[in-house]
Design a protein around this ligand. Sequence first.
Ligand code: DGL
Length: 267
Amino acid sequence: MKKAIGIFDSGVGGLTVYKAIRNAFPEEDLVYFGDTARVPYGPKSPNTVIEYSIQNSRFLLQQGIKILVVACNTSSAVAVPALHQLTGIPIIGVIEPGAEQAARSTNNKRIGVIGTEGTVRSNAYTTAIQKLIPDAEVFSVACPLFVPLVEEGWQDHAVAQIIADEYLTPLKYKNIDTLVLGCTHYPLLHQTIQKVLGNSVCLVDSAEAIAGYLSRLLPEENDGRKGSDSFFVSDNEDKFAQIAKRILADSFGNLARVRLFESWFKD
Ligand code: DGL
């Protein structure tokens, strides 16, 4: 039986990653878990995010997956090493793909990164970018209000522009030519962010970057069959469904709520 690609996020934002993977691999079966009971991960401590990420991964492993994609930037930033100890299957986070794309895009080696407090605090993007370009200058800014804005469906609202101006204006003076959208929700604010920084700054969407990265791991096999879409959440399935329909349209279906069962916490 064909195994699925498992994708988890702290909630609904990872659907931007889901969408990019679905578009790139129409024949793959995908299983998504959104930890809507415990979102947001951004302000939480690394230990808590690691613990939640392990539990989410255990749930997906129980679904019989062949690759685990950590769509959440905050989890990717702090939990991937711990997840490698859980299983022998390939695990991909969003940090390296995003860093690679930023390194390819920059000409002046001045790169901005925006993300949650947890992602920015971890320095994960800076480390990954400087591994590729040791003399790159990386300017990171946490933009915590972007997440609730998107959850509220206000990405095109005037208030989004005001908040984006506030967070991003300091970056305008850093002469960056590339900005990593280091959070699942930020691709939905693409236009607003571009408007503040101007068209000369290239925005790197980590959702798109991970789909390109994944293609290196997946053998090209296309039997013409359309892959299945399954979604699990830990709470608030109605709200999740509402946003998911907005982001995914036709690819949305098969939603179930799972409880934080004891079994998640065991090997
Ligand atoms: N999914 C998170 C991330 O990409 C954003 C939402 C949260 O704070 O949990 O970092």
